[in-house]
Design a protein around this ligand. Structure first.
Ligand SMILES: C[S@@+](CC[C@H](N)C(=O)[O-])C[C@H]1O[C@@H](n2cnc3c(N)ncnc32)[C@H](O)[C@@H]1O
Length: 237
């Protein structure tokens, strides 16, 4: 499975940033996602932050303007696009991070567990976090509108979303090692399901409407179910 993921991203590297084209709902969801992570992480200037599965550096760019940032990914073609982020880049497998124990103040990963389910990656992230260091991992939420629709369609052989693995809150506890204390689980990624259908739809009006709705509705009890991702915050005791 790991080789398959790598081959996929070798090909996807050229078009990965197309998802950030302005005036698409997918780009709006992604931009809101970065802002949400930054707000929750509240990085300090002197902190050393590691981004695991950093891809083209979407998160590394804002991380390096706020703190000292290092990015790890195993796909060279993705890392090549991250060159302008200002972060130190390391090509490595996230299941075997080439760092000593307890060296980072903050360890972050977004999107990775949605394409590659690995308890080992979560354990490695906690291992390299310093004592009291913060770990932030995003997981697609199975208890969400997108999660329910995706799993239903996946049984029929088609995935309408861009994510392959979905996690319940109970799954998340099992993914992390016992020494990680979960200090927050945030529901983020307010979006309608069927990203594969609307990701190329370019409409300024629809995107503005979506952003306005997102601001007004994301925290309403019933509509929170459209938040497709958990961002889990954990501390190493
Ligand atoms: C969905 S992309 C997310 C990229 C970036 N975090 C973002 O949010 O734009 C997943 C990335 O994880 C990388 N990846 C997947 N499995 C990995 C592994 N075992 N070790 C290192 N990188 C991995 C892929 O190469 C890809 O760049």
């Amino acid at each position: 499975m790991k080789k398959g993921v790598q081959r996929y991203y070798q090909k996807r590297a050229e078009t990965y940033e197309d998802l950030d084209e302005p005036e698409t709902i997918v780009a709006a969801v992604r931009a809101i996602g970065i802002a949400d992570h930054l707000r929750i992480m509240d990085l300090g200037k002197e902190e050393l932050v590691l981004d695991v599965g950093c891809g083209t550096g979407r998160f590394l760019q804002p991380f390096s303007s706020r703190a000292r940032a290092v990015g790890v990914d195993f796909t060279v073609e993705m890392l090549e696009k991250a060159g302008e982020s200002g972060a130190l880049l390391v090509r490595a497998d996230a299941e075997h991070l080439p760092f000593k124990d307890r060296v980072f103040d903050v360890v972050h990963s977004a999107g990775l567990l949605g394409v590659y389910r690995s308890q080992r990656i979560c354990h490695e992230m906690v291992r390299v976090a310093g004592k009291g260091g913060r770990v932030y991992v995003s997981f697609p939420a199975s208890e969400s509108a997108s999660g329910v629709v995706a799993r239903l369609f996946m049984r029929l052989g088609w995935n309408p979303t861009l994510l392959d693995h979905w996690y319940s809150k109970a799954d998340i506890r099992g993914m992390l090692p016992v020494e990680a204390e979960i200090t927050g689980i945030y529901r983020l990624g307010f979006e309608p399901p069927f990203q594969r259908l609307y990701r190329h739809l370019r409409s300024r009006l629809l995107t503005r409407l979506f952003i306005a709705l997102e601001r007004k509705l994301r925290d309403r009890p019933l509509l929170r179910y459209f938040g497709a991702r958990w961002l889990v915050e954990a501390k190493r005791g």
